[in-house]
Design a protein around this ligand. Structure first.
Ligand SMILES: *Cc1c(COP(=O)(O)O)cnc(C)c1O
Length: 376
């Protein structure tokens, strides 16, 4: 069987983990964590990057830093992973969901303004498949209505919008290093802040509500409980694994891009025949080959296609169940406007295997199996 995903294991992961052990420093915020943050400073930018235990936790921290309170409203797409919403639900917010654009599967920026009320505090663009949302429009609306912009950049490490990195286009950027993402350490994430004003509190929230980070830097002589918080810092073992991957980010992305381009070229004739759709990348965006999906004609065809591929030894997967149709979604969210594309498009979408090291033989087999389904 060709799996859907194999987490990358590319170079010095074990060497660095052994080093962390040898240094007798395996809890958080040691040398490896610092080096991962430095990588972000250099390659992504922003004012400050804090490694976290997951993107979910980076989103949680962003929600706390925005002072989201009971009754506040937060706007996001319904077509996203549950963590995008949970972070704000945990603070007592009501989630306002809007429809997506069918071309990129991203939140439709033209639907945001009508969803704003005097309770709206933040908007959360999700860069689906590593393809950026329309950030100029989103930032203009946010500025006009005094809203925070929190980018869910879980899938968008090194993706670009008009030449600028995703994750540093709003107030906060949240990244994921879950094993299904381009760069991973099992479970991990990062919170990038673009302004100075949140940095001090972010360090406190991440360290159980204490000013321990200041203490470690020698800025104070003892640390104590100064705010509420939790434990959002990853172990050095995770950071060591992550650093080895970040160092080879370029080659990991390049390898994925080769597979992405292969799929795109090999399947274009089926698109021309009108039997399926392929991802659309607007020309002012650069994606990071996080995902290659096709869109089948409808749910019934997709279901048949999944079993056909399985018979051929190919695992393909789909996601997400739109948040507003889920059990928790009914409780915590409302869909603003009409669901024209979210449900319909999500039911057609199918992700093909895409991972670092996907071989040419396997790619060919996957494409041939797909073609066989359509052309017999
Ligand atoms: C993966 C993902 C997350 C969650 O990331 P974790 O690191 O697993 O918490 C959040 N949002 C989106 C869009 C994701 O793809």
């Amino acid at each position: 069987m060709i799996p859907f995903n194999i987490p990358p294991f590319v170079g010095k992961e074990l060497e660095y983990i052994e080093k962390a052990i040898a240094y007798r420093k395996i809890s958080g915020d040691g040398e490896f964590t610092a080096k991962c943050s430095a990588w972000f400073d250099e390659k992504i930018g922003g004012e400050k990057t804090l490694l976290t235990t997951s993107c979910t936790h980076a989103l949680d921290m962003a929600a706390i830093l925005c002072d989201i309170e009971q009754g506040d409203e937060v706007i996001m797409p319904s077509y996203t992973f549950v963590s995008t919403a949970n972070a704000f639900v945990l603070r007592g917010a009501k989630i306002i969901l809007v429809d997506i654009r069918p071309d990129t599967m991203n939140m439709d920026e033209n639907l945001i303004e009508a969803a704003i009320t005097n309770k709206t505090k933040a908007v959360v663009p999700v860069h689906y498949a590593g393809v950026s949302c329309e950030m100029d429009t989103i930032n203009d609306i946010a500025k006009k209505h005094n809203l925070f912009v929190i980018e869910d950049a879980a899938q968008a490490l090194t993706s670009k919008y008009k030449g600028k990195n995703c994750g540093v286009l709003g107030d906060f950027g949240c990244f994921s290093f879950h094993e299904t993402k381009n760069i991973s350490c099992g479970e991990g994430g990062a919170l990038v802040m673009t302004g100075k004003e949140h940095v001090e509190r972010a360090e406190i929230i991440r360290e159980k509500g204490t000013n321990r980070s200041k203490f470690f830097r020698g800025e104070i002589d003892k640390y104590s409980w100064v705010d509420f918080g939790s434990s959002y810092l990853p172990s050095e073992l995770n950071a060591a694994y992550l650093l080895a991957q970040l160092e080879l980010a370029d080659s990991i992305m390049k390898d994925r891009m080769a597979s992405w381009n292969y799929y795109n070229e090999a399947l274009t004739f089926l698109k021309k025949k009108g039997v399926l759709e392929l991802p659309h990348i607007p020309s002012h965006l650069e994606h990071n080959a996080h995902m290659f999906y096709i869109k089948a004609e409808n749910l019934a065809v997709r279901t048949k296609l999944i079993s056909h591929l399985k018979e051929k030894g190919v695992y393909s997967v789909f996601h997400y169940i739109p948040l507003h149709t889920a059990v928790a979604g009914e409780k915590y969210s409302v869909f603003h406007g009409e669901d024209i594309y979210t449900t319909a498009e999500s039911e057609r979408l199918l992700r093909l295997p895409l991972y670092y090291g996907l071989t040419n033989t396997d790619r060919e087999h996957i494409v041939n199996s797909l073609c066989e389904f359509y052309t017999g």
